[in-house]
Write a protein that binds this ligand. Structure first.
Ligand SMILES: Cc1cc2nc3c(=O)[nH]c(=O)nc-3n(C[C@H](O)[C@H](O)[C@H](O)COP(=O)(O)OP(=O)(O)OC[C@H]3O[C@@H](n4cnc5c(N)ncnc54)[C@H](O)[C@@H]3O)c2cc1C
Length: 476
């Protein structure tokens, strides 16, 4: 008799999604986590001064709030509360203008002058048909259930951000907005599918906004953990799996790990062909991350920036494209594109009374050890003069420290692999169901599977559904 039917290795959002999907169907699950704390990329900690809570990993969750899987869970009953800033995103430009990604497509377009109707033409259809597009996009390659909306979406998403922007836009505000959204792909903006991430994140800004959890990303993990345990699931922390001997006997094992880690686990006798494919898996760029404890809100030149929790700091499309291209070429830009998040104006629970936090990262070459503190802070200062004077303390992580925080972030890659056209739907291997491995009992359920990086749990959900079908004759 096995004590557990299934074991899930790793407690990231995808690990929990897999474990919950199985446990909901009466399959008993044990989760094994290397770290002392659960949550993988969705964790918060007092990184700077007492009383300040920082998101060590993920901060903004349009993918989480809209995830078809998370939406089915009663996470609000386990303490998860989403906070919606009035605008999804602010993108300041040098001469003082700030573009806001608003809930309304038309109101967003109104800020874009001569590009207003092009923006509506680009986004409106995807936004209006999001409920038809999202389920197909957020999974493995499959024949779309709604081919026409998916085709219209796909023909834009497949383009490079620079190419699409040239075709649709004339002026800087729209181009810069698009470049900032596309830079989340961590691809250079001349690469195909860099518009895909811009389409998804832009559409979600209109459909659901860009919210974040009250109290920190840890609240997402806590809610998943408590719900999982309420179903009878068991979690053990401080249990790094290095060999199959570390895993108790069970019918199936799902790994919330990336290919390099899977290959390093002793006793997993994958066939040669599968092993080769995992060895060829391509990891993406790394990040350099800063968390600040601040005396005051960030003193943006344009106060409209304080209407959103996410601020894209990078100026024009040309500058952002140059910065992302340099990183791809293993160089460090002097003026990096910075993803800045400032939740405390909307969530005072994260800092002592009257004080604030901010979170930022820029992309860097994988395994880079360069300290980007000065470059990031100069970029923030450019749009918020006096920012430096508000800093009470800072905590930084280079790519090595990012990987030490979570072994899945190989060389600082936070997406579990490059999100290139060949790795978008067929990661980590070219299979229709890439969650299966060459071993019948073993599945991979991390962000190295479709639909890739982000806190949404869809990789874990799809992997667990296959395991349910294959081993427990259940469909859900
Ligand atoms: C700085 C940063 C910012 C981010 N920003 C956002 C954001 O704003 N929004 C968003 O949606 N996403 C964001 N992400 C990405 C997001 O966090 C990840 O895509 C997501 O966490 C992936 O989930 P996962 O379950 O696949 O893996 P992970 O969350 O990486 O979890 C993997 C787990 O496996 C454990 N593990 C590893 N090796 C072993 C082993 N041998 N044995 C046992 N356990 C092991 C790890 O400790 C970890 O807990 C960010 C990530 C980082 C680091």
């Amino acid at each position: 008799m096995n004590a557990f039917d299934a074991v899930v290795v790793g407690t990231g959002p995808n690990g929990y999604a897999a474990a919950i999907t199985l446990q909901q169907q009466g399959v008993s699950v044990l989760m094994l986590e290397a770290s002392k704390t659960v949550g993988g990329g969705a964790r918060s900690a007092p990184l700077t001064l007492p009383g300040f809570v920082h998101d060590v990993g993920s901060a903004i969750h349009p993918l989480g709030v809209s995830s078809p899987f998370f939406r089915k869970l009663p996470l609000d009953q386990f303490g998860l509360e989403w906070i919606y800033p009035p605008e999804a995103l602010a993108h300041p430009l040098d001469h003082g203008e700030t573009i806001l990604l608003k809930r309304s497509v038309e109101e967003t377009a109104l800020q874009l002058g001569q590009d207003a109707s092009a923006y509506v033409g680009l986004m409106k259809h995807a936004v209006d048909h999001w409920d038809k597009i999202a389920p197909d996009f957020l999974g493995p390659l499959t024949w779309p259930r709604h081919p026409l909306p998916m085709l219209r979406f796909g023909l834009k998403a497949i383009q490079s951000a620079e190419g699409l922007s040239r075709r649709f836009f004339q002026a800087e505000p729209a181009k810069a907005l698009w470049a900032g959204l596309a830079a989340h792909s961590m691809l250079p903006l001349h690469k195909m599918v860099s518009s895909g991430v811009a389409m998804v994140l832009g559409a979600l800004g209109h459909v659901v906004g860009w919210p974040f959890p009250k109290g920190g990303a840890q609240s997402i993990t806590q809610a998943l953990d408590q719900y999982f345990k309420s179903l009878g699931g068991v979690v053990e922390t401080g249990k790094k799996v290095t060999s199959t001997k570390d895993i108790p006997d069970c019918k199936v094992v799902l790994f919330d790990l990336t290919p390099a880690q899977l290959l390093a686990i002793e006793g997993l006798s994958f066939n040669v062909w599968y092993r080769k494919q995992l060895q060829h898996f391509q990891y993406g760029q790394g990040i350099f991350k800063i968390d600040w404890a601040l005396s005051d809100p960030i003193p943006f030149r344009n106060p409209a920036c304080l209407r959103a929790a996410t601020i894209h700091i990078g100026g024009t499309m040309e500058e952002i494209a140059r910065s992302e291209k340099m990183i791809w070429q293993h160089q460090h830009p002097e003026k990096p594109f910075v993803l800045l998040v400032h939740q405390t104006p909307f969530d005072p629970s994260r800092a002592p009374a009257g004080k604030h936090t901010a979170w930022a990262y820029c992309h860097v070459p994988r395994y880079s050890q360069q300290d980007m503190t000065k470059a990031i802070e100069q970029q923030v200062e450019r749009f918020a003069p006096g920012f430096g004077d508000t800093i009470l303390a800072r905590h930084t992580m280079n790519t090595q420290q990012v990987e030490a925080f979570n072994a899945n972030y190989i060389g600082g890659d936070i997406n579990g692999g490059a999100q290139t056209i060949t790795q978008l739907f067929t990661r980590p291997t070219w299979r229709l169901r890439p969650y299966r491995t060459s071993l019948k009992q073993v599945y991979i359920c991390s962000s190295s599977t479709p639909p890739g990086g982000g806190v949404h749990g869809m990789c874990g959900y799809h992997a667990a559904r296959l395991a349910l079908q294959d081993h427990f004759h259940k469909t859900n």
